[in-house]
Design a protein around this ligand. Structure first.
Ligand code: KG4
Ligand code: ZN
Length: 337
């Protein structure tokens, strides 16, 4: 079955063709990063406008790269949650129009589940595993039992992990996207120049939850108000110390979740999964296999949407034209120890 996937939940317009949920025939991604850089963050109005301008061209390119025509496509899968609603609607309506015009079945796919499915596009992975989704919009630690079955163990109680990287970078005018710049600067910095506390440890939060707004505030307060002048306040040192705290907080929760669930495999996804420190720390956990998909499958892409969509379609789950777009994460089961 050849599924055409459509993704437009944030600032990437992407269309892909995937065969039988695994073989990626094309995965075209048009990134708007340069257009949002002057604002140090994604501007929703610009994002949806660019999706409107680009989506048809990206789809044509995806078919061309796969060496296929529209007549070869068997079904359409599209992200319908969570994300920026104005952006989601562009992809969703494009997918609906295509399905209607060609008489094809189409299915709405959850972006979070799709990220956690992404490594299946590269290799065989057995369920269950611990899913770690860390991006500019999401921070979710979950137990993944099947393509459509996750149990959320922990999330952020405020900002997403990548958002914290972006906000700290913006505050110190380090560049955009913040995660990429901070990761790079950290290589030259002294990671113990500043010691930022784990802000969620003392507030009675759930043991698997993180607070990145708390960390961001700690970084800014500590450096602006309480800096004792002993350590050099260079961008490299700020970056390295922040990164140690941000990734450390995450890895601490992941280790707890591994102990709690007894799982022996971690699958990471989202833009922050590119972080060199996160990769090193997860890979170093003894007795546990850490799986990182290729970068283009970690960040937003339509191949993961087409791949996951195939499994719904195969079991006969299709959406109808009344399908809507939703900004928020679906209410997955939560499991507290
Ligand atoms: O998955 P993604 O491309 O888009 C969504 O947010 O859905 O993730 C983008 C996020 C940004 O916040 C960016 O700063 C962060 O991922 N990021 C990183 C790194 N590369 C990208 N964060 C930390 N270290 C990196 N190397
Ligand atoms: Zn994403």
């Amino acid at each position: 079955m050849l599924v055409l996937g459509v993704e437009s939940s944030c600032d990437e317009s992407s269309v892909a063709v995937v065969e039988d949920g695994r073989r990626v025939l094309s995965n075209e991604i048009a990134s708007q990063i340069d257009l949002h850089r002057p604002y140090d963050g994604v501007v929703p109005e610009i994002a949806s406008r660019m999706h409107t301008e680009w989506i048809v061209g990206v789809a044509e390119q995806a078919l061309k790269s796969a060496g296929l025509g529209l007549e070869d496509i068997d079904a359409v899968a599209v992200t319908n949650r969570p994300g920026l609603v104005g952006s989601l609607l562009v992809g969703l309506n494009f997918a609906k129009g295509l399905a209607l015009a060609r008489g094809l079945p189409f299915v709405g796919v959850d972006h979070i589940l799709a990220h956690l499915y992404a490594p299946h596009l590269e290799r065989r992975i057995e369920y269950p595993y611990l899913g770690l989704l860390v991006s500019g919009g999401h921070t979710v630690i979950s137990r993944v039992d099947d393509f459509d079955q996750i149990t959320v163990l922990g999330t952020t109680i405020d900002d997403a992990c990548g958002e914290a990287f972006d906000k700290v970078a913006k505050h110190y005018q380090l560049g955009y996207p913040g995660g990429v710049v901070i990761d790079r600067l950290s290589q030259q910095g002294y990671e113990r120049a500043f010691d930022f506390p784990d802000p969620s440890l003392h507030k009675g939060h759930h043991p698997f939850d993180v607070s990145y707004s708390g960390l961001k505030t700690a970084v800014i307060n500590q450096l602006e108000q309480f800096w004792d002048g002993k350590s050099e306040k260079s961008p490299e040192n700020i970056a390295a110390s922040f990164q140690r705290a941000a990734i450390g907080m995450l890895v601490k929760r992941v280790k707890k979740a591994l102990l709690h669930t007894g799982l022996k495999r971690i699958v990471a996804g989202g833009g922050v999964a590119a972080n060199s420190r996160l990769r090193r720390e997860l890979t170093d956990i003894e007795g546990v296999e850490a799986v990182f998909p290729a970068l283009e499958l970690c960040t937003d892409n339509a191949a993961m949407i087409a791949g996951l969509g195939y499994h719904y379609l195969r079991q006969g789950s299709v959406s109808d034209l009344s399908l809507n777009a939703y900004p928020r994460i679906k209410r997955f089961k939560r499991n507290y120890p």
